[in-house]
Design a binder for this molecule. Structure first.
Ligand code: DX5
Ligand code: ZN
Length: 229
């Protein structure tokens, strides 16, 4: 895959669900390629969001988009095939939900998707070490998962820097993604720290002009990464 990094990945959790298709089209018309889908089960996290049928609708609305599906659910293996069939390009599972993480990663790949692993704010980056060579993406949660609109946990920046350092040492190429509380005040710092994929929910959708906000966030992310003068 030829990627133009850093990538801004709007999380549709913060979208207006009564005009989801319209808001997704606004995103794709504004240069967005990745769409982040948050799946919550009311068990692993204290909230319920949506399931494969919505992911399928996103796929139908944006056939060219890259669908980044973040599973915040217990026993994710039971649903990997459903999300792959719905059109996911990449499926990420939480380290905290997978006693047989390597098997789960193989399961995601067998279903034709790229594979990611997510860690909660209180989970150590070092726990990712044994699986790093098998994954396409590592996602660092910068809020406790379950809700949009929460405050960014500052120590997440050090986790990104540390993970980028490990990636460099091991000469690996997985993407580093961050999720939660990302917005105008911190996006440049995050891309400077080594983040490749920046998930943003409220900061993209909770505004009167989604397109202008996407342009602003993308510019700041590129500035942080040293890709704009
Ligand atoms: C949190 C989700 C996030 C969330 C981000 O559990 O994984 O993707 O939607 O929302 P904001 O950007 O509003 O923090
Ligand atoms: Zn997410």
């Amino acid at each position: 895959m030829n990627l133009d990094l850093p990538i801004l990945a709007p999380s549709i959790l913060a979208a207006n669900f009564s005009k989801l298709g319209e808001e997704i089209t606004t995103c794709t018309n504004s240069g967005i390629h990745w769409i982040h889908c948050d799946i919550m089960d009311g068990h692993f996290v204290p909230n319920i969001s949506y399931g494969p049928s919505i992911v399928k609708s996103v796929r139908d609305t944006a056939p060219e988009a890259f669908l980044d599906v973040h599973l915040m659910i217990e026993k994710p293996d039971n649903f990997i095939e459903n999300f792959a069939d719905a059109g996911a390009d990449l499926i990420s599972v939480h380290h905290e939900t997978c006693p047989h993480l390597h098997r789960t990663i193989q399961n995601i790949k067998m279903n034709g998707c790229m594979a990611g692993v997510v860690i909660n704010p209180a989970t150590s980056v070092d726990l990712l070490r044994p699986i790093l060579q098998d994954i396409d993406l590592a996602l660092i949660m910068s809020v406790n998962p379950g809700f949009g609109g929460q405050a960014f946990i500052e120590s997440s920046i050090q986790k990104v820097e540390y993970l980028a350092q490990i990636r460099n040492e091991l000469n690996l190429s997985f993407l580093i993604e961050i999720d939660g509380g990302v917005g105008k005040s911190n996006i440049a710092k995050l891309s400077e720290a080594g983040t490749d994929v920046l998930v943003a929910g409220s900061s993209v959708f909770k505004t009167d002009d989604i397109s202008a906000r996407i342009a602003e966030l993308t510019k700041l992310a590129k500035l942080g990464a040293g890709k704009l003068a």
